[in-house]
Design a protein around this ligand. Structure first.
Ligand code: S3P
Length: 438
């Protein structure tokens, strides 16, 4: 995905002030379209994330016969009308997941169970990301998936399984909601029960949304079980909470830019996602949660963040699934904290949209030479060192671009090459950044 843009972010001299309506949660937006496309009554989705990743999911399901109508120019309101659990149609062209690992991995599970073939591709980043982590377990269920690099990389194709899929118990070596969800979606169509056991529990949005569609999963420690499903009872409406992974940039910037005071509206605080709040508190951040409410089985709240004097902290594998996407934002914050921040157990970051551990080490050291040391599965960030301005790379990775912007705001400004990739998950990011500086 080439974004030929260069974005200048100026330092936020007077602090960041104002209210931010946080865009819809990316994980929940994907799942809302996927499950609604398998229902036989229309579902209206509110506060959908119109990021490119979620639009990739919508395009894929449209190509298989789901009727998807957007109701506003911003594409945050839509109605999805499917044809039931067995109503998807064979796509006439290759399905393009774009930059989105969630689109691809969840669809590989779902499509393995369909009585037709489907071919998949994606952008340059997604074509290099590991798909063996879903292809292997799905194959154990009887799925037939073929592709490059020993069926582990795009382009990939699902072919109807001989005699259908069968349930299994799978001990996943990685804590990954994409792997878990892919297997659970396949498990809906399998004979017998399907259980996924994770080393640490990953985000549970699939389980919660299945519940909203009338399908119960069983949870036992880090194991989740699904039984064959024959029908969805869809909700009429799904209200997507704000994405805590998008709020993360304002939580970080608001904490480290002196004088800041920001109110973040309707942020999802599902406990499988709130690791960053724990880390912020451990670093001495000033956070206040109010207006807690539950919608569609997901908890949300307003979060007020005010600037504070932060100090370094340490965290590792146990909390990692609860803040995996927030590591770049936390690493930006750590640069301005007193003392060292030590991150371990973060090897999964090497297989995200880019190798985020390497990217952080390289780009942080451009802006603050000597501030970051990379380890095999983590980072040591020496906080409080001088931060200068410079031209940095986003690697076309949305979370890298936004985290570099945070450093620019708190430091001396920054120029981000290919900064336009923020539209993957936060199309209004730079507009909000400007509004908070005014
Ligand atoms: C996601 C799961 C996580 C996360 C990604 C979204 C999901 O990936 O990093 O941004 O929606 O299930 P992994 O499952 O690979 O950890």
């Amino acid at each position: 995905m080439a974004q030929e843009t260069e974005t200048l972010v100026r330092p936020a001299a007077g602090g960041l002030h104002g209210e931010v309506e946080i865009p819809g949660d990316k994980s929940i937006s994907h799942r809302s379209v996927m499950l609604s496309s398998l229902a036989d009554t229309p579902v209206r989705i509110h506060h959908f994330l119109p990021g490119q990743d979620c639009l990739s999911t919508a395009a894929c399901f449209r190509a298989m016969g789901a009727e998807i109508a957007f109701h506003n120019a911003e594409k945050t309101e839509l109605t999805v009308k499917g044809n039931g659990l067995h109503g998807l149609m064979e796509p006439r062209d290759i399905l393009d997941a774009g930059n989105s690992g969630t689109t691809l991995r969840l669809m590989l599970g779902l499509m393995s169970a369909q009585p037709f073939c489907a071919a998949f591709t994606g952008d340059a980043s997604l074509r290099e990301r590991p798909m063996g982590r879903v292809v292997k377990p799905l194959s154990r269920m009887g799925a037939r998936i073929y592709g490059r690099a020993g069926n582990a990389k795009l382009p990939l194709m699902t072919v109807p399984a001989d005699g259908g899929l069968h349930g299994m118990t799978y001990e996943s070596p990685v804590a990954s909601a994409q792997v878990k969800s892919s297997i659970l979606l396949a498990g809906m169509y399998a004979s017998g029960a399907t259980t996924v056991v994770e080393p640490v529990t990953s985000r549970d949005h699939t389980e919660r949304m299945l519940e909203a569609f009338g399908v119960s999963t069983e949870k036992d420690g880090t194991a989740v079980t699904i039984h064959p499903v024959d029908h969805f009872t869809a909700p009429a409406d799904i209200d997507v909470p704000g994405d805590i992974s998008s709020a993360a940039y304002w939580l970080a910037a608001g904490s480290i830019v002196p004088g800041s005071d920001i109110l973040l509206r309707r942020v999802g605080i599902n406990p499988t996602r709130t690791g960053m709040l724990d880390v912020l508190r451990a670093m001495g951040a000033d956070l206040t949660l109010s207006g807690r409410h539950t919608s569609g089985g997901e908890e949300a709240a307003d979060i007020r963040v005010r600037a504070a004097k932060l100090h370094g902290t340490s965290f590792g594998a146990d909390i990692m699934p609860r803040l995996i996407d927030e590591i770049p934002a936390i690493a930006a914050m750590a640069l301005f904290a007193k003392g060292d921040t030590v991150i371990t157990g973060a090897g999964e970051l090497r297989v995200k949209e880019t190798d985020r551990l390497q990217a952080i080490e390289d780009q942080w050291n451009v802006l603050s030479p000597g501030s970051v040391e990379g380890t095999a599965d983590g980072l040591v960030i020496h906080g409080g060192m001088p931060v200068q301005t410079g031209r940095v790379q986003s690697y076309d990775d949305h979370r890298m671009a936004m985290s570099l912007a945070v450093i620019g705001l708190a430091g001396k400004g920054v120029t981000i090459a290919h900064g336009g990739c923020v539209k993957i998950s936060y199309p209004d990011f730079y507009d909000t950044l400007t509004a908070l500086q005014e």
